[in-house]
Design a protein around this ligand. Sequence first.
Ligand SMILES: [Mg+2]
Length: 615
Amino acid sequence: MEPQVISLSSEYSVTTEQAGKLLKLQRGILEQVALGVDYREILDALCKVAEEMVSDSLASIMIYDETGSFLTVLAAPSIPAEAVGALNGLVPSENAGSCGTAVHSNEPQYVVDTRTDHRWCDLQTFVDSFAIGACWSCPIKLEEGRAVGSFALSSFEKRTPSAFYKQLLETSAHIVGIILKLQQEEQLLRNLARYDVLTGLANRTLFNNKLSQALKRAEPQHSQLAVLILGLDGFRDINDTQGHDLGDRVLKWVAEKVQSELAETDFFARLGGDEFVILIEYLDEPLVIERLIRKIHAVFKQKIEVANLEFSLSTSIGVSFFPEDGQSAQELLRNAGTALHEAKESGRNCARIYNEKLTDIVRHRVDLVADMRTALINGDFILHYQPQFCQKSNKLLATEVLVRWQHAEKGLIPPDDFIPLAEQSGLINDLGLWIFTTACQQCKDWWDSGMPEFSLAINLSVKQLDAENIQKFKDILLGMEFPVHNLEVEVTEGLIMRQESLQELKKLEDFGVRISMDDFGTGHSSLAQLKHLPISKLKIDRSFIKDLETNENDKVIVKTIIAMGHSLGLKIVAEGVETVEQQGYLVKQGCDLIQGYLLSRPVPPEQLEALLVQV
Ligand SMILES: [Mg+2]
């Protein structure tokens, strides 16, 4: 019976038995791929299978080197090493033997006689040395593209390939293409695991490796190294307001600019988010770091131009040194992180060097925030009220509510010690709501029981002025039917100058709440700007009152603030009035309200009740 002829490709017709052999080969090799066998072993196995299918043949796989300029042998298990050596470096061209020509032309080349074929004319020495008679070669392609190499079968005799042999070559070349593609993808994955896709910098994993290796070198040589962590200040604002795409471009900008300031031996990586890290090895003297920090800060003095927008950004830097600040990669990174945290806390845009004391400070703060959370739950915060008296009638017209923390072990903690921390940790939202609710409820209860009314002044921090909090405040007031005309909020100059805060404050004002500017004179607002702001009260900062009896400048400033404030229709309060002389001067200038120890300290609720009853 004539064997049935089937077609595996459009070009060649092979018998069923031959097709079965090819499919078996394909399946066997791809199974090994699926099992995760090393790809070099698989390629060797493929060569051997092909050699078994073509008697007295030698299989070889060549691929382009990294530069893409010449071919090297990737697999040739049966070809002697000298021949492999002679083949390496073959430059693809029209006459570069079967393989070089196949790659150059991107087409199979079936050379039947190497001694007479023009494609082999330049390789006659090779033909003589290794007695090659015929050589058939097929290009290896990745996804139908340009040839990246060749799969070849050579023999010592002159030989014409049958359709089956041609099909075998093409099938083998195709399989090699699949394997190489998979290997490329694996490499890509390996790179992904070590490099940051956005900036192309090394990632945390690779940095950790590099740092560990550097420590192994540094230890026996007794050399110093430094780890610098950069944390971009205010980057989250850019992401939040301009979107992540733009934020990503800013990160790329930072990566490029900082990299350009580093020496070739410095290792730069992105830790994630807005944090970068630099490793400096073989440090002769710490001054190198000081200079580098200055260079990095200079980078951030430039305006960042991205997508036709300009941004200003700064960076805080934390530094740790080997061997002083840690022996392991983890320790050095952690301590540089601690120093970075400290730099951020000290006002950002600066650098801090780690030392043990720093850790204690940070630990203390972390503890305090945890305590604050517990205190909120346990009700360890209490409110005191500081009265403001009318300078004419001496009546109690207003009180500023002040929070105190009755700490179980540390005693009474003043607000200056925990409010900044509450702001940094975000706890201010919960604490602020508690103060707001408790104070409003307390006053409402007094008034409902027939006590005289007064203005309740509540301090608001910048962190509290967002749409969510403002809505909550309004809900609380509505919920308890609080007489809104009795409520004022105290905000600082810096806060009121922010456009977003101003918007939120206007919502409160529209609701009937009055706005009072706290600590006036310490910020940057001028009296001229005041008329554009939704305020009804000015509180002259205590620093102008302190030396009022003796300091002529302060006298002039206070007098001017009062006169100008009045001309704008504002009520003026003097804070921190402690002496009769200070009060005398303020009264003379027409200051409306007096607040300070002279007339009353901040008092607990029951004492305020007594004061109210006196009135
Ligand atoms: Mg205040």
